[in-house]
Design a protein around this ligand. Structure first.
Ligand code: CA
Ligand code: CA
Length: 238
């Protein structure tokens, strides 16, 4: 085997040992299942973390299957977190929505995905913010609904190039309503509707994916492997 092939094999081994995995996930479905979409939980179904309302929003649980549905494979007792009581028109830009806190200690390559239903009168424009210290919020992604009464599944913010969110017990993110770009007012999700504070955003399958940071021993093994490859390559040449 050539040195290049051995190095490639070692890298492949290292990569396959660190597949991206869900560090935390919320599906908002009752545990145990109770046959009612108007009941659910804000406890994560995978991993640990907290879900909270931000800025004065309120929430109930409602169907994750209706209006086309989220990507939650559950059906029947499939709930979403139904958030309302948004800011009055022209006020509270970036102030109301939801917040999730998940420690990324021991993990890197953080990617956040979620499904989100917009009601007709809910804010069209969505801002994703993250924190690395629990108090300062950094804008990192924006989304706009193209319709109302519709789910937008798989919204994704890839933070894998942001070193500060890795291995950080203070990591958290928010999804908040924001003014239409270049204006001082909210646009409605349905272009034929008027923005209203009682519009709803419904969340499902909120997921933080990450890769485990290799233990120091893994690096040592890889280094030893690479050294051995170099040693044998040199012996062959010599
Ligand atoms: Ca339920
Ligand atoms: Ca669900």
């Amino acid at each position: 085997m050539t040195r290049t092939l051995v190095v490639a094999a070692l890298i492949a081994m290292a990569s396959s040992a660190q597949a991206d995995e869900p560090l935390a996930q919320w599906n908002f479905n009752s545990v145990p299942s109770d046959g009612s979409t108007s009941t659910g939980t804000t406890m994560p179904v995978i991993g640990s973390g907290t879900a909270a309302l931000v800025g004065g929003t309120t929430a109930t649980f409602a169907s994750g299957d209706a209006s086309g549905g989220s990507s939650d494979p559950s059906s029947g007792d499939d709930s979403g977190w139904n958030v309302t009581t948004f800011a009055a028109q022209g006020s509270g830009d970036k102030s109301r929505g939801v917040q999730f806190n998940v420690s990324t200690a021991g993990y890197r390559d953080i990617v956040v995905t979620w499904d989100q239903r917009h009601s007709n009168t809910a804010a069209r424009d969505v801002l994703f913010q993250y924190t690395t210290d629990g108090s300062t919020w950094i804008d990192a992604g924006s989304f706009a609904a193209s319709a109302g009464d519709a789910w937008f599944n798989g919204r994704t913010v890839d933070l894998s190039t942001v070193a500060a969110v890795e291995d950080n017990a203070e990591f958290g993110f928010r999804v908040v309503a924001t003014f239409a770009p270049g204006t001082m007012s909210y646009a409605a999700s349905n272009p034929s509707s008027t923005y209203g504070t009682t519009g709803t955003w419904r969340f499902d399958m909120v997921t933080v994916s990450a890769m485990p940071i290799p233990e120091p021993g893994t690096y040592a093994l890889m280094a030893a492997g690479l050294l051995a490859v170099g040693f044998f390559a040199r012996r062959r040449v010599g």
